[in-house]
Design a protein around this ligand. Structure first.
Ligand code: GLN
Length: 276
């Protein structure tokens, strides 16, 4: 079969982007090279790989899990079922964290609920002089974050187990200039009604309790202990959670509070500094 013919077949059922991603992944070539190969014959093996990937996509599985990798902040991260897929919205968290690091000269950062490690590894690579710790409760996430740190060469990023809903271990108290997190923030009651693709992602990474805010309360009250004097917190939030999260931070002694918008104009990241 000729490559261009299969691309046409895939494009009838998928978006053009999905069709191109699947075909180039199945053929083991990048997207640009794919365009130069439209008239070339495609191996039987590549064609059947592409069709198997198509079936998974038609069953609702997110493209990112099918490809096993996805871009975040211009780098390619491994993704894996059982761990949240990196999203473009979360790049706002990286930008806000970088601004804080540069303003305060932060030397140490803790990223809670790290998942794939996309935030922690990106920050470690963007600011190589900083010591980054990435933490998660999920064993699948921990090994994926370690794999991403290793394959992208983030030697200044270590990965540790932590349960954010419990108190931080004493050895972490007062250790960090900055804490970042994209915690689970969907209300438990909304989980069954999510878009089909999102139901393939682990509820452990999505479910923020009855009001969607339990992780913000735990981070602002329990985990502020890990901050140094004058340290800051940068948290990704869901749509419409800005007021509640600002209030939670204020109640827990944070000031200089601000919100940053995503590309859709929605307040996506809340930043605050712990009063000394
Ligand atoms: N941004 C994700 C979504 O809306 C949720 C991720 C999270 O809970 N942190 O699908």
């Amino acid at each position: 079969m000729v490559t261009g013919e299969l691309l046409k077949e895939l494009t009838r059922l998928l978006t053009p982007l999905e069709a191109r991603e699947i075909l180039s992944a199945a053929a083991g070539i990048d997207r640009e090279t794919l365009f130069c190969k439209m008239q070339d014959a495609l191996s039987e093996e590549a064609a059947s790989k592409a069709r198997a990937m198509l079936e998974r996509r038609l069953a609702g599985e997110p493209l990112q899990y099918i490809l096993g990798e996805w871009d975040f902040y211009s780098r390619i991260f491994k993704v894996e079922k059982g761990v949240l897929i990196p999203r473009e919205d979360t790049e706002v968290l990286v930008d806000e964290a970088l601004a804080l690091v540069d303003k305060s000269g932060a030397g140490s950062l803790l990223d809670l609920c790290t998942g794939s490690g996309c935030v922690a590894v990106t920050l470690a690579l963007e600011r190589p002089a900083m010591q980054v710790t990435a933490a998660d409760i999920s064993e699948t996430a921990l090994s994926l974050a370690r794999a991403n740190a290793a394959s992208l060469g983030a030697v200044n990023c270590r990965v540790i187990y932590a349960d954010v809903l419990s108190d931080p271990p004493e050895e972490l108290w007062g250790c960090f200039d900055l804490v970042t997190a994209n915690p689970p923030y969907i209300k438990s009651g909304d989980i069954p009604h999510l878009q089909r693709e999102v139901t393939f992602e682990p509820s452990l990474a999505l479910d923020g309790g009855a009001d969607g805010l339990i992780f913000y309360r735990a981070i602002a009250s329990r985990w502020k202990k890990v901050l140094k004097r004058g340290g800051s917190l940068a948290l990704e939030i869901g749509i419409g959670q800005d007021r509640d999260v600002l209030e939670i931070l204020a109640q827990n002694g944070f000031s200089s509070l601000s919100a940053a918008r995503d590309t859709a104009g929605i307040n996506r990241v809340i930043v605050g500094t712990l009063n000394v």
